[in-house]
Design a protein. Structure first.
Length: 350
């Protein structure tokens, strides 16, 4: 049986691309519906899914009556991102196992201080998830608001203890309920790749005050493990884990998240901007904490949906392999996880 999935592709001109992917067992291709909200006319693009991104669209006309369903389909697309983070267990795992990037917050704040040293009023953490990054901003701002589209994530964020100046709101990243020019910092931590990126950048620009900072950060999915003198062997097993999850990577993200951020950086028109390719963050945690952290990845969650037993087997196999190399019997044995972050800062012209 062919299966149908709906996913949005980012598009940097005023067309909305909605793609219906048909995956027959032998050969995959995608049927994409390109629609222009302005003209209410449309195009259909049929393109092979592999190899990416060299596929050539074949464009055909769409009857105008089909484009009337544009709004409905847009909402459907947005819900795809919500669903990826909607499970209550997933939100709880986020809270428990995600890395809090204090080192990056320090970098952002020291850059902001150099530009305009003062107490800042308002920070937005867009796509805040369960809020562990949001809270780190509390000491630097009068008010910090974490926003997310997922009610389950926000419920988790609010349920945990928060500094009094931190609150949460449900809204899409592309429609922030804040006045133009009232925000000092717009950040998104490991989240902006899920957004409608051109619309989010436009919205971030609208809410930022002149001189305000946009800080987008994320990490590559090749976390390493350090343990005594066998770090290389452990990291090789970690690679096996990531490779097994690759088929479950959401097509919206393409092959490289870093490329999506590089594209956003390039498209940002602020002259005062800086890109950092790699900042390593190290955390000591139980081996099991590392496995649980990888289990928060959307690709693992997708595998779990499609094949729960297979996903559990994969985690157990990886955990057992790691323990065997470490010559330990407890998954609570501490290891150091190395996370490779990349980020960019861009300052709105004053
Ligand atoms: C990978 S999680 C990152 C969460 C958190 N910032 C962290 O660092 O752990 C991405 C988050 O972005 C949210 N998200 C995805 N698309 C969104 C959108 N269009 N608008 C707002 N939030 C969105 C998801 O619900 C999810 O909580």
């Amino acid at each position: 049986m062919p299966s149908w999935t709906l996913f949005p592709h980012g598009l940097c001109f005023p067309l909305l691309l909605i793609s219906l992917t048909w995956i027959p067992s032998s050969f995959g291709f995608s049927l994409a519906l390109l629609m222009s909200p302005a003209s209410c006319s449309g195009l259909i693009s049929v393109r092979p899914r592999f190899p990416q991104p060299a596929s050539l669209p074949l464009l055909l006309s769409v009857p105008p009556h089909l484009t009337g369903r544009l709004e409905e389909l847009t909402v459907w697309c947005r819900n795809m991102a919500v669903r990826a983070f909607e499970g209550k267990d997933h939100a709880a795992a986020y809270w428990q196992f995600r890395v809090t990037p204090q080192e990056l917050i320090s970098k952002i704040m020291s850059s902001m201080d150099k530009k305009t040293p003062k107490q800042f009023s308002l920070a937005l953490d867009v796509g805040c998830g369960s809020g562990q990054g949001t809270k780190l901003l509390a000491p630097y701002f009068t008010k910090v608001v974490g926003t997310d589209i997922s009610p389950a994530q926000l419920e988790m964020a609010s349920a945990n203890s928060n500094p009094p100046n931190v609150s949460y709101r449900q809204c899409p990243a592309e429609e922030l309920p804040f006045a133009s020019g009232e925000v000092d910092l717009v950040t998104a931590m490991t989240a902006a790749h899920w957004f409608d990126r051109p619309r989010f950048l436009q919205e971030a620009d609208r809410v930022l005050r002149p001189g305000g900072c946009m800080a987008l950060l994320s990490y590559t999915l090749d976390m390493e493990l350090e343990y005594r003198d066998i770090s290389k062997a452990l990291t090789d097993v970690c690679k096996e884990f990531y490779n097994a999850l690759l088929p479950f990577r959401d097509p919206y993200l393409g092959p490289s998240s870093q490329k999506l951020y590089a594209d956003m950086f390039e498209s940002c028109s602020y002259p005062d901007k800086e890109w950092t390719d790699r900042l390593q963050v190290r955390r000591t945690l139980p081996l099991n904490g590392y496995v649980c952290m990888v289990e928060t990845f959307s690709s693992y969650q997708k595998m779990k949906q499609k094949d729960p037993a297979g996903a559990e087997r994969l985690s157990n196999d990886i955990s057992n392999k790691l323990m065997s190399i470490m010559k330990v019997s407890s998954p609570d044995t501490e290891v150091t996880m190395v996370v490779n972050y990349f980020y960019f800062l861009a300052f709105k012209p004053s």
